[in-house]
Design a protein around this ligand. Structure first.
Ligand SMILES: [Zn+2]
Length: 365
């Protein structure tokens, strides 16, 4: 039987988090569509798949492990009456309490993985985390409040259950928050594949951003040009993620599975189709089985074409459960071939990146 996979559901409180009718993050809708799809395709009935309602709630002290007190105070204050953290990120009343529930759910999941209660978990988030930097300094937080991924990793380190993490961020946007928090820390290797920051928010995530101090070499960015299709995306995973992950040997993989890399996503310009979301998580699971006992904590990240996002997440869930994904169809207009100029551009990015990384990693030497 494949390893146990826990699907961490949203609580009613989290489901009630509403960014507003104009906002692209459709929390309740995408969660409900995703759950309906995995039920319909029998994934929730597999004997090794557990549906979990989280109970742990983070404390202010847990959040302080990755954020400045000023950010906590700001979100707490805005959350009392409702307000805006910035132009993109509304703070509806009750947000602060919900951030603690979401961070607690991530802490509970990673702890249960390390204690062997289940091998993998999928966290169905109500809002993002990877754009949340240590402090709020002008730049938009991109639908995030606290970096729950970072809170969860720091928690495991604090209670002594894990030392080293590899974060593979496959959201279309660069996770500037995770990069910021762990930039000088070699115990968290952050690797992100994202749309070229010259063409997309948040404008960070270039090849030369490799980390600093003791963390130099432990921050890896793969900026992909608009128009990148499955072909170059999978190549980047195979040529960079696989060897690096094998060499780093973390205790756990933290995997941000974004659906905003899908070709029909309204916010981005990457051009992946559903077959990529079958191939990529398979590669991830195979590597985790080989390197870290199969332990993967997956976060269902961005995705603004709600129907497509539910399909992407359903296929990914099947792979994490180690069953063949259902045969779901792409939206009309799916790209079949990559523009040769895009292929050449990715080729150049990969060779530049390997050159930069060869200073730190023998797999690229
Ligand atoms: Zn995103």
């Amino acid at each position: 039987m494949p390893p146990t996979l826990a699907i961490i559901k949203q609580t009613e409180e989290l489901l009630s988090h509403d960014f507003g009718p104009w906002h692209p993050f459709k929390n309740r809708e995408r969660f409900e569509k995703y759950m309906a799809l995995i039920e319909q395709h029998g994934i929730t009935k597999l004997p090794w798949v557990k549906l979990i309602t989280p109970t742990k709630v983070a404390t202010e002290e847990d959040i302080l492990a990755v954020h400045d007190q000023s950010l906590i105070d700001l979100i707490k204050r805005l959350s009392k009456t409702g307000g805006m953290l910035d132009g993109d990120t509304p703070v509806p009343p009750g947000t602060y309490e919900r951030t603690l529930i979401q961070a607690g759910a991530s802490m509970e999941a990673v702890e249960s993985i390390m204690r062997g209660e289940y091998v993998r978990a999928i966290q169905c988030v109500a809002f993002g985390g990877h754009h949340a930097t240590r402090r709020h300094v002008g730049r938009s937080f991109g639908f995030c409040y606290f970096n729950h991924e970072g809170v969860a990793m720091r928690y495991l380190q604090r209670i002594g259950l894990a030392k080293r993490f590899f974060v593979l961020d496959c959201d279309a946007h660069h996770g500037n928050g995770i990069q910021d928090i762990f930039y000088d820390d070699p115990t968290v290797l952050y690797m992100s594949l994202h749309q070229d920051p010259l063409t997309l928010y948040p404008g960070t995530g270039f090849v030369h951003e490799v980390g600093s101090g003791e963390g130099e070499g432990y921050n890896v960015n793969v900026p992909l040009p608009p128009g990148t299709t499955n072909q170059s995306y999978l190549r980047a995973l195979e040529e960079v993620f696989v060897p690096l992950f094998r060499e780093y040997k973390p205790d756990m993989l933290v995997y941000l599975l974004g659906a905003d890399t899908y070709f029909a996503d309204p916010l981005t310009m990457l051009k992946l189709t559903l077959s990529c979301y079958s191939e990529a998580p398979k590669l991830v699971v195979d590597c985790a089985n080989e390197v870290c006992g199969g332990r993967v904590f997956t976060i269902l990240a961005g995705g603004y074409h709600v129907d497509a996002a539910a399909r992407v997440f359903c296929i990914g869930t099947a792979r994490l459960a180690e069953v063949e994904p259902p045969d779901l169809s792409d939206e009309l207009g799916a790209p079949t071939e990559e523009d040769p100029r895009v292929t050449a551009r990715v080729e150049k990015v990969l060779s530049e990146l390997k050159q930069v990384l060869s200073k730190y990693w023998s797999c690229f030497a």
